[in-house]
Design a protein around this ligand. Structure first.
Ligand SMILES: C[S@@+](CC[C@H](N)C(=O)[O-])C[C@H]1O[C@@H](n2cnc3c(N)ncnc32)[C@H](O)[C@@H]1O
Length: 245
């Protein structure tokens, strides 16, 4: 039986790879890594190369920077699935890992890939190994508890529009924003409008060279951010243990 395992390799720091993930990366017959069509080393690839020799790493080109669900993205998933299926055809009864930044169940390309490979091959065992997400890394690095007691947490891709983000902020929940990059000025404007800017923290390129962690209030309100940036807006708390009541 062929096995395809989606493995989370964390946000950037190779020390944030779990032991289970490191063990798989060290022994898998091949480790697929998603890369853009620019030829640059991929984000997941950089971390994978700490644990797997380059000859076991195979690049899969994805339309990583297409923001919408476009025909180009669909074609990239089909081509990627065909590449993985071809690999299994040439290496029956093997284990392939597919590395993804953060966790493979949080906005990851792995979900689409596994479904397409199974469609192409018929029989395929699929597994998942969790990874540390960017929001967890930012919470730890900035000393920001995400949720306590009865507090709720919402995670937003800003590409889905600002309305539900605004709603959750208005309720006072803990809110994390992903995928805002170019929409950073608009995202900051909603934080200001809802009175939640003051305690928000921003982290860009976590675990990578040039990493930037700072209070969101210190950001230039007109300057877009990089794609790999995350915002944590802690819940409205009035005192110690407030969330436990
Ligand atoms: C397609 S999602 C992938 C999420 C990832 N699977 C996870 O579990 O964190 C990409 C978004 O994750 C966030 N992200 C991932 N890695 C990051 C990093 N090293 N620094 C800051 N944000 C990051 C950014 O918000 C980025 O737009």
């Amino acid at each position: 039986m062929n096995t395809l395992i989606g493995v989370g390799v964390g946000p950037g720091d190779p020390d944030l790879v779990t032991v289970k993930a490191a063990n798989l990366l060290a022994k898998a017959d091949v480790v697929f890594v998603p890369v853009a069509d620019t030829g640059e080393t991929g984000r997941a690839e950089q971390t994978v190369l700490f644990y797997a020799e380059a000859w076991r790493v195979e690049r899969v080109v994805f339309a990583l920077h297409d923001r919408e669900h476009t025909a180009r993205r669909e074609q990239a998933w089909d081509a990627a699935a065909a590449q993985v299926a071809r690999w299994f055809a040439g290496h029956p009864d093997t284990t392939a890992a597919f590395a993804t930044i953060g966790d493979p169940c949080v906005y990851s390309t792995f979900t689409y890939l596994a479904a397409s490979v199974r469609d192409a091959m018929g029989e395929l065992e699929v597994g998942l190994i969790p990874g540390i997400t960017a929001m967890q890394d930012l919470a730890a690095r900035s000393g920001t508890p995400l949720v306590e007691g009865r507090e709720a947490l919402s995670l937003f891709p800003m590409t889905a529009g600002a309305d539900r983000f605004r709603e959750a902020l208005t309720r006072g929940d803990a809110v994390v924003a992903y995928k805002f990059g170019r929409m950073l000025p608009e995202t900051l404007a909603v934080l200001r409008e809802t009175g939640r800017l003051e305690n928000a923290v921003y982290g860009a390129g976590l675990g990578l060279t040039g990493e930037d962690i700072r209070p969101a209030a210190d950001l230039d309100p007109d300057e877009p951010g990089p794609y790999l940036s995350t915002l944590i807006v802690p819940p409205v708390r009035t005192g110690r243990g407030e969330g436990l009541r």
